[in-house]
Design a protein around this ligand. Structure first.
Ligand SMILES: Nc1ncnc2c1ncn2[C@@H]1O[C@H](COP(=O)(O)OP(=O)(O)OP(=O)(O)O)[C@@H](O)[C@H]1O
Length: 283
């Protein structure tokens, strides 16, 4: 059964249309990547798909049933969300934070039972966090906190995992570690994954399907080979890329060169102003 279905999702803020008629599906065992420039509507879409906000028009269904018909608790048993801002540096231990992932499965009183403890122990072992279990999360680096956030989501045992730019502040080894961890979890449990990624090369390597958004509309959809094409990158991002197959995996990869931004095509649309030294700021 399809885990997540969205039809005709439309959203406006203050009279400005931010998303226009987005249709999508995410199936069990599938990783769908959402890509698109800054301000194209990815985070807004994630907020609507996770039930944090209700769209002005269109429907979002979780396992065939309107998202709004699920209680927050029922929904949390099936959907885990890692927001863009990640896990805050809270003064709880790793074990406490991972145990919080069990809340949707606990009774009206959130007692931690034997099953919860078993799941938390398993997750700490799978994520190599056993040694840090008593460490306070506020003393951890951004990369380590992201690992704890994934562990908390794993303890939640969802059927759908939604991630908004999970790799943005991570070095390349932590980027791969997080995405590898999700992939192995997914293969084991048949998890459906929807992930926003800015890095097109990681998106191509890790996603089965890509949805490319521009100005709130879905403009390309398909396998990485279908979507990661020079014409699409040029049109949507306004840069002139070189696309080559990865020498080992044959998956398309994007190479960039300096001064290849077509400032008229993309940046003017997004009110980006250039300063004298050519760095740009979004306004
Ligand atoms: N609550 C809100 N009120 C008003 N405007 C909003 C709100 N949320 C988003 N927007 C606007 O909607 C547009 C899309 O924003 P969104 O954050 O969804 O883009 P994005 O593709 O996730 O961007 P980025 O890649 O920079 O994170 C932007 O113009 C943003 O300013």
């Amino acid at each position: 059964m399809i885990v997540l279905t969205a039809e005709g999702i439309t959203q406006s803020y203050g009279g400005t249309v931010v998303l226009r008629g987005i249709d999508l599906e995410v199936n069990p065992g599938e990783t769908v990547g959402l890509i698109g420039p800054n301000g194209s509507g990815k985070t807004t879409l994630v907020r609507l798909l996770s039930g944090e906000e209700t769209p002005d028009a269109g429907s979002v269904k979780l396992k065939g049933r309107e998202l709004s018909a699920w209680s927050p608790r029922e929904r949390a048993r099936r959907v885990a969300v890692l927001p863009q801002e990640g896990l805050p540096p809270v003064a709880f231990t790793v074990e406490e934070v991972v145990t919080m992932g069990r809340h949707p499965h606990q009774g009206p009183w959130p007692w931690t039972g034997r099953e919860d403890r078993k799941v938390v122990d398993q997750v700490l072992s799978q994520t190599s966090l056993e040694r840090e279990r008593h460490q306070s999360v506020d003393r951890m680096s951004g990369g380590e906190r992201q690992r704890v956030a994934i562990a908390k989501a794993m303890a939640q045992q969802p059927e759908l995992l939604i991630l908004d730019e999970p790799t943005t502040f991570l070095d390349i080894s932590h980027q791969l570690a997080i995405l590898d961890r999700i992939r192995s979890w997914q293969r084991k449990e048949g998890l459906a994954v929807l992930v926003v990624l800015h890095d097109l090369n990681l998106a191509a390597q890790y996603c089965d399907r890509l949805l490319m958004i521009q100005n709130g509309a879905l403009v390309r959809e398909g396998t990485p080979a279908d979507v990661i094409q020079s014409s699409a990158i040029r049109e949507v991002y306004g840069v002139e890329p070189v696309i080559i197959p990865h020498p080992l995996t044959r998956i398309p990869q994007v190479l960039l060169r300096p001064e290849s931004v077509d400032r008229r095509s993309r940046l003017s649309k997004e009110s980006v102003s250039f300063s004298a030294d050519s760095r740009y700021t979004f306004g």
